[in-house]
Design a binder for this molecule. Structure first.
Ligand code: CTP
Length: 398
């Protein structure tokens, strides 16, 4: 649970995107957050306060003159002790109010009286979003230190297509979770590989391995949460691209090598998590190989490029972190591999414990030796690893 002990005031303003907030409240509370929903009168036309109360398990506030609040200070009481105010959906009208410091209803008064950070998720028609007045207000909110989440682009409830759609509930959740993570890699450009590679034998058969990509995807997410700009070059997996991460899908090791080398020059940090095939089939067939004929096919192999070693060998390349999945003698193999690939840090784990699992137990190897890390979910382990990497990143890059 990523939001334990977090108290979030969720302000809803008028917009059809209110329906997405029912799902968001559920996801926030599932992650351990306490959610106090405050609605404008307009928001109550789109979804009922009863729905929001049932999902948050807490009273919903709308009116500045709510008789349930004995001191009549809901605008103060609600935000004291809150970790963040999230306005979602944020209408163009409400953003105009925020930009001008208006306090004309409970929600806008509460925003003005708050003592905690604020996140705003705009939701409106594309012309309303593009209007110079809205853009002025957005710029003002950013200048005031308010985080603007999205908006997304795509088809809109009004039937038009363009910018202004509110982010989906799972994306808003990812933004909120990321907001609370320490920004240990702020401004850093991180290039990563993940997943298996898939080497064709013929148009329908491949040689691959059992890597699920879970560790690499979790690390990409953790690096993004830590404030990095992340590019993930990934072999085929069944995982969705982590929110906020730029994904370059590839199939073969040679494609992965080409994609990485094209990006490596502008990266501060390279993390090689992919389980790259050591060989590709040199005599792969252009047509499906048939069973008929002279017995089993004779495959000829040729070595794939070593992506990590090539990046580590770049004259002014990124700082490199390698991974090693071993089946025995982890400490010895991992340290040997770190030296052979000439990289400052290598992360090792036992392959039989990690392939396709949701939890992992890793050890970090650097010039000082082996540092075991606690067993954890892949995401928690990834966050810990990001902290360990950030602490070792040389100052000129830090
Ligand atoms: N790696 C890579 N390109 C390759 C092979 C490996 O970038 N062609 C990277 C992996 O992503 C990982 C590290 O190198 O970060 C270790 O990979 P591994 O295949 O275990 O290393 P090898 O040197 O090939 O050792 P082994 O003898 O165990 O195969």
């Amino acid at each position: 649970m990523d939001l334990i002990d977090k108290r979030i005031v969720l302000g809803m303003t008028g917009g059809i995107a209110c329906y997405k907030i029912a799902e968001l409240v559920r996801r926030l509370t599932e992650q351990g957050a306490t959610v106090d929903v405050v609605m404008t009168e307009a928001a109550t036309h789109f979804i009922t306060p009863v729905t929001m109360q049932a999902l948050s398990g807490r009273p919903v506030f709308i009116d500045a003159w709510d008789a349930r609040v004995p001191n009549n200070m809901a605008h103060i009481d609600l935000t004291r002790g809150a970790d963040a105010v999230l306005i979602a959906p944020a209408s163009a009208d409400f953003m105009a109010k925020l930009a001008h410091g208006e306090a004309s209803d409970l929600l806008s008064t509460l925003c003005l009286a708050r003592a905690c950070p604020m996140l705003v998720a705009p939701a409106m028609n594309r012309e309303m979003w593009a209007n110079p007045a809205t853009q002025r207000n957005v710029a003002q909110l950013r200048a005031d230190g308010i985080a603007i989440l999205g908006p997304d682009s795509g088809s809109q409830a009004c039937g038009e297509v363009g910018d202004g759609r509110m982010l989906e509930a799972h994306q808003l959740l990812a933004e909120v979770v990321a907001f609370f993570q320490p920004k240990l890699l702020a401004g850093k450009r991180v290039l990563m590989t993940a997943g298996p590679t898939s080497e064709p034998i013929d148009p329908v058969r491949v040689l691959s391995n059992r890597s699920s990509g879970k560790t690499g995807y979790a690390l990409a997410r953790a690096a993004h949460e830590a404030g990095a700009q992340v590019t993930l070059v990934s072999g085929p997996t069944s995982l969705p691209a982590p929110y906020g991460v730029s994904l370059i899908p590839v199939m073969t090791a040679r494609q992965m090598h080409a994609a990485v080398m094209a990006e490596a020059g502008s990266a501060d940090l390279f993390i090689a998590v992919a389980a790259v095939a050591d060989w590709y089939v040199k005599n792969a067939s252009a047509q499906k190989i048939k069973k008929t004929g002279s017995g089993a096919p004779q495959l000829e192999f040729e070595a794939n490029p070593d992506i990590l070693a090539d990046v580590a060998g770049l004259p002014d390349g990124p700082w490199c972190v390698g991974f090693a999945a071993e089946t025995e003698n982890l400490a010895q193999h991992a340290e040997d591999k770190r030296r052979r690939k000439n990289i400052p840090v290598l992360v090792g784990n036992l392959a039989q414990n990690v392939m396709d699992a949701d939890t992992t137990e890793m050890a970090l190897f650097d010039a000082q030796g082996m540092h075991p890390l606690p067993a954890a979910s892949k995401l928690d382990a990834a966050r810990r690893l990001v902290a360990e990497i950030a602490a070792r990143l040389p100052k000129r890059r830090a």
